[in-house]
Design a protein around this ligand. Structure first.
Ligand code: DC
Length: 229
C-alpha cells in the first residue's frame, strides 16, 4: 500500500470523551447519525475483551493472559434494526457487554498498557470517509490527537448514577442508587488515576457539562462546534 492511500489524516474526526454516564454514547451516536459519519464506541472494545476474558475464565490479575486475550479476541460491529450489535468471537454479546460486571472488567483491563496498545490500531481503523465520531476516554488525547474537533462531556456523579439507575430499572435490573453511585465514583477514580491514558480532557477540548441538560440540547451544542454544512 502506498503512503497516499493509507493516509487517513485528512478524514475529519470528532472525539467525544468523558466519564461513564456523561451521555457520551447516546450523544455520539446521534451526532454521528446527524453528520452521516462512522461511529466508534471504544468502550465496547474494552468491554468485549473483558467479556472474552470472562468466557475463558482468565484471572483479571494476570496481565499477560489479558494482553493475549486482547490480541486474540475478534470484535465485530453490526447494525441490526437500527441498533449497533457487538459480536465477540462471532457471538452477539451486546447485552452482556452492557452489564456492570463487563464494565468493571473493562475498567480493570483498560489499566494495562499492553492491552491499550493492542487495541490502538483497531480503533484507528475506524477513521473512514466521510468522517468519524469517536467516543471514549482517550480519543482526543491518545488515539486521535490530531482530531480537528474535540469535546469533553461531564455531568455530576449523582446525575450520572440516576441516569444509569433509570436505564437499568427500565430493563428490569434490580440495583440501588447508592450502590451505583459508589461504583461510578470508584470507576472514575480508577480511570482518572491509571498511569496510561488516564481520563482527562485534551487541552483543546470543548467542555460541556450535561447536568440538567436534555439530549437534544447537548447534540445541538456539539454540532455547533463543526463548520456549517
Ligand atoms: O465507556 P464505557 O463505560 O463503555 O467503558 C468501559 C471501560 O473501558 C471504562 O471503565 C474505561 C475503559 N475505557 C478506556 O479505558 N478507554 C476508552 N477509550 C474507552 C473505555
Amino acid at each position: 500500500m502506498n503512503s497516499a492511500s493509507s493516509d487517513s489524516s485528512f478524514i475529519p474526526v470528532l472525539t467525544i470523551d468523558g466519564p461513564s454516564g456523561s451521555g457520551k454514547g447516546t450523544i455520539s451516536r446521534l451526532v454521528a447519525q446527524r453528520l452521516g459519519w462512522h461511529y466508534l464506541d471504544s468502550g465496547a472494545l474494552y468491554r468485549a475483551v473483558g467479556v472474552a476474558a470472562g468466557w475463558a475464565d482468565l484471572d483479571l490479575a494476570d496481565p499477560a493472559a489479558l494482553v493475549r486475550c486482547a490480541f486474540d479476541t475478534q470484535i465485530g460491529f453490526r447494525e441490526q434494526a437500527g441498533e449497533l450489535r457487538v459480536l465477540v468471537n462471532g457471538v452477539d454479546a451486546t447485552d452482556e457487554l452492557r452489564t456492570e460486571t463487563a464494565g468493571a472488567a473493562a475498567s480493570a483491563i483498560a489499566a494495562i498498557p499492553e492491552v491499550r496498545a493492542a487495541l490502538k490500531d483497531r480503533q484507528r481503523a475506524f477513521r473512514r470517509a466521510p468522517g468519524l465520531v469517536a467516543d471514549g476516554r482517550d480519543m482526543g488525547t491518545v488515539i486521535f490527537p490530531d482530531a480537528p474537533f474535540k469535546v469533553f462531556l461531564t455531568a455530576s456523579a449523582e446525575e450520572r448514577a440516576e441516569r444509569r439507575y433509570k436505564q437499568l430499572k427500565d430493563k428490569g435490573v434490580s440495583v440501588t442508587l447508592d450502590g451505583l453511585l459508589r461504583e461510578i465514583l470508584a470507576r472514575d477514580a480508577r480511570d482518572a488515576q491509571r498511569a496510561v491514558a488516564p481520563l482527562r480532557p485534551a487541552e483543546e477540548a470543548v467542555r460541556i457539562d450535561t447536568t440538567g441538560l436534555g439530549i437534544d440540547a447537548v447534540v445541538d451544542q456539539v454540532l455547533a462546534l463543526l463548520p456549517a454544512r
